[in-house]
Design a protein around this ligand. Structure first.
Ligand SMILES: O=P(O)(O)O[C@H]1O[C@H](CO)[C@@H](O)[C@H]1O
Ligand SMILES: O=c1cc[nH]c(=O)[nH]1
Length: 235
């Protein structure tokens, strides 16, 4: 057991999908994985291991925001030997040409978080990026599945409710597609410990138009994103 994950050694696969929502993890395990078993209920942050097309895959909830996701990424990699992590999350669209339920892969993540400023002593604006191999595979998988997945940068924000929507407009001008809350930390920690990481997202709401999906939709209906992530992680 690690401090935040209740699995015994060997109970977590080398390949892990990481939704923020632990109940999305449960839905993924029950819907997609063969012989799925729950290995952790610590803090209600559920984790499961099963098989996808015969290959062992785990699904681990990571919570909301970079401090929480960092804990799970760190322990998965360093205490359980995880080598590949794909975040499967929801996001708010910044780009006007994205619509609800569109799927995108984050090739890089800008952030307003202070975590990397502390890490690099405020001297370097580190650029957290996706693993190129996973990103390339996800694009091939999406094409094979006929899903028009966008690839581009996201903002990993500390706050869900922002006081500075004007900054979202500036970021959209610079080609940032969407806002979520974990990818910069995930990409940074994976790079630090030589693991592979990618984020695949589904647009759950549109920041400009105010359209949104329900929390039940966010928990149990973002199937295209999950299927792309599962095919990618076993490739
Ligand atoms: O749907 P998940 O994976 O939790 O991702 C997004 O949803 C949460 C906010 O509602 C944040 O964690 C954000 O990154
Ligand atoms: O972090 C997130 C996730 C979904 N929608 C948002 O606006 N922000």
């Amino acid at each position: 057991m690690s401090v935040h994950i209740g699995a015994k050694p060997g109970e977590i696969a080398e390949r892990v999908l990481m939704p923020g929502d632990p109940l999305r993890a449960k839905w993924i395990a029950e819907t997609y994985l063969e012989d799925a078993t729950c290995y952790s209920t610590v803090r209600g942050m559920l984790g499961f291991t099963g098989r996808w097309n015969g290959v062992e895959v785990s699904v681990q909830g990571s919570g909301m925001g970079m401090p929480s996701a960092s804990i799970y990424a760190h322990e998965l990699i360093n205490e359980y030997g995880v080598r590949s992590l794909i975040r499967v999350g929801s996001c708010g669209a910044l780009s006007p040409d994205l619509k609800l339920r569109d799927v995108l892969a984050a090739n890089g993540a800008s952030t307003d978080s202070n975590m990397n400023r502390v890490r690099f002593d405020g001297l370097i604006d580190y650029a957290p990026v996706a693993d190129f191999g996973l990103l390339r595979t996800s694009v091939e998988v999406a094409e094979r599945r006929g899903v028009p997945m966008r690839v581009g940068p996201v903002l990993a924000a500390d706050a869900f409710y922002t006081d500075r929507p004007d900054l979202y407009d500036v970021l959209a001008d610079y080609g940032v597609l969407a806002v979520e809350m974990e990818s910069a930390a995930l990409y940074t920690i994976a790079a630090r410990f030589r693991a592979r990481a990618l984020t695949v997202l589904t647009v759950s709401d549109h920041i400009k138009t105010g359209e949104k999906t329900s929390s039940a939709d966010r928990e149990q209906t973002f199937s295209q994103m999950v299927e792309i992530a599962l095919d990618t992680i076993i490739a």
